[in-house]
Design a protein around this ligand. Structure first.
Ligand code: AMP
Length: 430
């Protein structure tokens, strides 16, 4: 029988590796709480229209990357390729767009895009994101970016403070508002029509459908051509002021940025500020995360006029940036559970009781639960990354004691039966 395997571009996350993920998630929850962001969970499966209406039928995610299919009831559904559109759908569905005031959300979970898998590009990948609804203040853009920078730093990825520093780089741009967009598109069209001989076949098509996407093209010639395309003549005064204030606000917080006039990001709903955090060491897929303002999206999806700003960061890429060390930050380095060895069948109930006593004090523990020789039990404790093993040989039993072994130093202490729990708890604290 052919062996069953996970689909290409999807991965199992096994124990040993999953601890790195849990660390990212729990750190993220702490940082989100610092900013008063509240978690929102939306379904992985949505009506396809949630994304076609928000991202646009012509967006690459919609045309090429969405897992879209008919369900048994004949509805066209899709696995969510990103979080924002679902959250806007939920906001409108529950009338939160009309409640006034600020709505501050974060989310985490898997997203799905049918892309060609490569390093840092998966078909099922995981994002943590933030969306703030209800203000068009440039200070909100600054706060959201500051959150992203703090989150990355809490994970161990620092954003460069001065040019040339190693670490991640914050890049941002001003994409103007809905009144500016036709002027921008016209400028791009005129420019690229004059130079269309140099464009790839895809970009020639984009020239007709959405010239903004040409700025995203990774092909060398299109990229070089695009460099000459952007001036800021089309940006209105209000958007210019907004962007100036964002830059000033970042400066005040000591967050270094680079202004890249060609940064447009893959999604059309962005207005005014758009940003990305790049980790140069990651090769072709080097954006750790990105986001921006989307002041028209809630209205465009059928809701009230509610400005918003947010970002999403990809966990796979953060783990890649942190290197293998982050992904294997498993039980060994965090101390691991206490292993309660059970050397013979009669000891098993007692072992289980000891493990429960540890758990009652909030100390993770694993009991052997099989009558196995000590060597085998210690092997198992090692595999689980346990730093401490509790055991009782014949001698300890005769003396009314319990042996506690430190797996790192190899040192073993015989402790009075009545005191072993306190004794171990003290050691775990220090
Ligand atoms: P986006 O939703 O396209 O703005 O992407 C935000 C972040 O999600 C990116 O910077 C990546 O870190 C991550 N990401 C997007 N697509 C993928 C993918 N196919 N595989 C892994 N990570 C991804």
């Amino acid at each position: 029988m052919a062996q069953l395997k996970a689909l290409g571009g999807t991965s199992d996350i096994l124990p040993g590796e999953v601890e790195g993920w849990q660390r990212l998630e729990s750190t993220a929850r702490q940082v989100m709480a610092l900013y008063g962001m509240r978690e929102i969970r939306t379904p992985l499966l949505e009506e396809a229209e949630v994304f076609t209406r928000s991202l646009g039928e012509a967006a690459e995610i919609v045309t090429k990357q969405m897992y879209r299919f008919e369900d048994r009831g004949g509805r066209t559904v899709t696995l969510r390729p990103e979080g924002t559109a679902s959250i806007v759908r939920a906001l409108i569905e529950h009338g939160l767009d009309k409640s006034g005031g600020l709505q501050r959300f974060y989310y985490l979970g898997p997203m799905f895009r049918a892309e060609r898998p490569q390093a840092g590009r998966r078909r099922q990948f995981h994002q943590i994101g933030v969306e703030v609804f209800g203000t068009d203040s440039p200070h909100q853009d600054v706060e959201v970016i500051a959150l992203l920078v703090r989150l990355l730093a809490a994970w161990g990825v620092s954003v460069a403070k001065v040019a040339g520093d190693s670490g991640a780089v914050l890049v941002l741009n001003n994409l103007g508002c809905r009144e500016d967009r036709p002027r921008l598109l016209k400028q791009l069209k005129t420019y690229f029509l004059e130079h269309d001989g140099g464009l790839c076949a895809d970009c020639k098509e984009r020239l007709g459908s959405n010239p903004l996407r040409i700025l995203d093209c990774k092909k060398e010639r299109c990229h070089t051509l695009a460099k000459g395309s952007m001036t800021s003549a089309w940006i209105c005064d209000a958007c210019r002021r907004h962007f100036d204030q964002v830059l000033k606000g970042l400066g005040k917080l000591g967050i270094r940025y680079e202004h890249d006039r060609h940064l447009v990001r893959g999604l059309d709903y962005y207005t005014r500020t758009a940003f990305e955090v790049i980790y140069p060491g990651l090769g072709a897929q080097n954006a750790l995360g990105g986001g921006g303002r989307y002041d028209d999206l809630v209205r465009q999806m059928g809701g009230a006029e509610v400005p918003a700003v947010g970002f999403a960061v990809g966990l796979e890429r953060v783990l890649l940036a942190l290197g293998k060390g982050a992904g294997s930050d498993g039980p060994a380095s965090s101390g691991g559970p206490v292993f309660v060895a059970t050397l013979c069948a009669e000891e098993i109930p007692e072992g289980l009781e000891r493990a429960e006593a540890l758990r009652a004090r909030g100390i993770p523990s694993v009991a052997g639960l099989e009558p196995r020789p000590l060597r085998k039990q210690l092997d198992q404790a090692n595999r689980l990354g346990c730093r401490w093993v509790v055991l009782r040989g014949q001698q300890e039993r005769a003396e009314g004691k319990v042996a506690v072994k430190n797996m790192e130093s190899g040192e073993q202490s015989a402790v009075e039966e009545a005191r072993w729990l306190e004794w171990l708890q003290d050691r775990l604290k220090s």
